[in-house]
Write a protein that binds this ligand. Structure first.
Ligand code: GLU
Length: 492
């Protein structure tokens, strides 16, 4: 048996970080078992469908390195095409399939037409609420006489189709995360499976598709746990095998409330825009509610594929801790090769108009290395590196080291500039500069800080900055001396 998992988002907007986690786990399970990962678009609720959402979901998944084996993809001209032999993978293109199976349920007596008006259902809800009765449909139309049903249909009354839930017994299933779960059938609604507009509801479409697409593991959010008995019943009515099922806990804010848009960004694309690396996001999301129980914290996608297991998933909600994401991001930025660092940061530097696409990449790598260990997100780079391109305005007072004085700097800095002028362009690299300056400081018996502090401030125009020799190398001799002369003029 080939393991086949699916991610089945509704295209109602951006990809939520919780959705990314669901997709990731489903992807890991498929890949761990040499199986297939399917992307299916659940757009049977046309009112909620948002233009461009399918593209957004595909792009966000691809950014994270999750490429479905089957499902919709984006072509070169932005068009959507579908890959795989069990499609279409967009539910609105499968309506005839659902209609056929709905008819089958009806004929076998597992479903019925319901003509209840929304007013009646509203009254029912109010009545149940007032009398503290369990909520849900009262199965009013379940036992309608066939001739009555026919005449209502003939006279064009609006109708939906509902499944018949057994009114006795329990539905028991083994959730891969929650273990055995059981529901009393009598408490479960006769779910609408075909809406008045003829579209199937999620419940019917999902069961049919999971069967036809040969899904072996259903991995989804906990909000669907209470619907699962209905799905299991539908699988049984059709005589189909029920896939393995896993429900993932909710993502929570630090205050344990459900993670929502109001408390910050929940769209994957926003994190990409803010300069988080996909590796960091994936690693972070993987650890939301899952822990392999080892010391290792940094996992590549391949390592996650090997390490993932349902047994190590927590049943309780996972707190979405952004500090942890920042930590992962810093680790991954530090581990980037210079080539990769240049590639991932070039677009934002171009956008900030600091460089153009013809910039010398070797030089840029050096400039980036100044900030590589200091930034949390790539989005901080343009601002962090701005001082390389334009010397910031600064007050001459900040040239004075805390254990030194204005007079001392005024005395030493001109001598330093004079000496640095004698260093050749060939020797103008951080190693040589460090050695030569070290010797000069030693010969003159200066304390390091007295010399290096004003040198660094003069070169960066900032109180906090990378080290002076690294900056000097990136700036080159001419610019460095220009900046030192600017510093001298501030000491007058
Ligand atoms: N369309 C559902 C959702 O977006 C999918 C649930 C499932 O995976 O079965 O949550």
């Amino acid at each position: 048996m080939t393991v086949r998992t699916r991610f089945a988002p509704s295209p109602t907007g951006f990809l939520h970080v919780g959705g990314l986690r669901t997709a990731l786990y489903a992807y890991l399970v498929a890949k761990q078992n040499g199986g297939k990962f399917v992307l299916r678009i659940e757009d049977t609720d046309q009112k909620r469908t948002v233009e461009g959402a399918i593209e957004g979901i595909i792009k966000s998944l691809a950014w994270a390195g999750i490429i479905p084996d089957e499902g919709p993809e984006i072509g070169e001209n932005g068009e959507i095409f579908q890959v795989g032999d069990k499609g279409p993978y967009i539910q609105s293109q499968r309506l005839n399939i659902y209609a056929k199976y709905a008819q089958e349920l009806l004929e076998k007596g597992h479903a019925y037409y319901c003509f209840c008006t929304s007013e009646r259902l509203e009254d029912l809800r109010n009545y149940q609420q007032k009398n503290k009765l369990p909520s849900g449909y009262d199965r009013h139309c379940r036992e309608l006489d066939q001739s009555e049903v026919k005449s209502k249909i003939d006279s064009g009354e609006a109708k939906v189709m509902r499944m018949k839930m057994p009114t006795e017994g329990e539905t028991v299933f083994n959730d891969l995360i929650h273990g055995e779960v059981s529901f009393k059938n009598e408490l479960i609604d006769d779910q609408v499976i075909v809406k008045a507009d003829g579209f199937p509801t999620y419940h019917l479409a999902m069961v049919i598709d999971d069967h036809l697409m040969e899904i072996t593991h259903v991995i989804r959010g906990e909000e669907w746990l209470s619907s699962t008995p209905k799905h299991i019943q539908l699988f049984k009515y059709f005589g189909w095998e029920v896939p393995k099922i896993a429900h993932l806990s909710l993502l929570l804010n630090a205050d344990k409330s459900k993670l929502s848009k109001r408390q910050g960004d929940v769209a994957v694309e926003d994190y990409a825009k803010k300069g988080y690396l996909p590796q960091a996001m994936v690693n972070f999301v993987a650890f939301l509610g899952w822990n392999p129980g080892t010391e290792q914290e940094l996992y590549s996608m391949d390592e996650l594929i090997k390490a993932f297991s349902f047994e190590k998933i927590n049943k309780s909600g996972a707190v979405f801790n952004l500090e942890k994401l920042d930590w992962y991001n810093q680790q991954y930025i530090r581990s980037l090769s210079f080539e990769d660092l240049v590639n991932v940061s070039l677009p934002s530097l171009i956008e900030a108009k600091l460089v153009d696409k013809n910039v010398d990449k070797v030089w840029l790598a050096k400039a980036l290395s100044l900030e590589k260990d200091r930034i949390i997100t790539l989005a901080q780079l343009p601002e962090a590196l701005n001082f390389i391109f334009t010397l910031p305005e600064y007050d001459g007072q900040i040239l004075v080291w805390k254990k030194s004085s204005f007079e001392e700097v005024k005395n030493i800095l001109p001598r330093l500039v004079e000496y640095m002028n004698t260093i050749s362009v060939q020797d103008w690299n951080k190693e040589k500069l460090q050695t030569m300056m070290g010797e000069w400081v030693g010969e003159n018996s200066f304390a390091n800080g007295i010399v290096l502090w004003p040198l660094r401030v003069a070169l960066s125009g900032q109180q906090n900055s990378p080290g002076p020799f690294e900056i000097a190398e990136v700036l080159g001799k001419d610019e460095s001396l220009k900046r030192l002369n600017t510093a001298l003029s501030k000491l007058k």
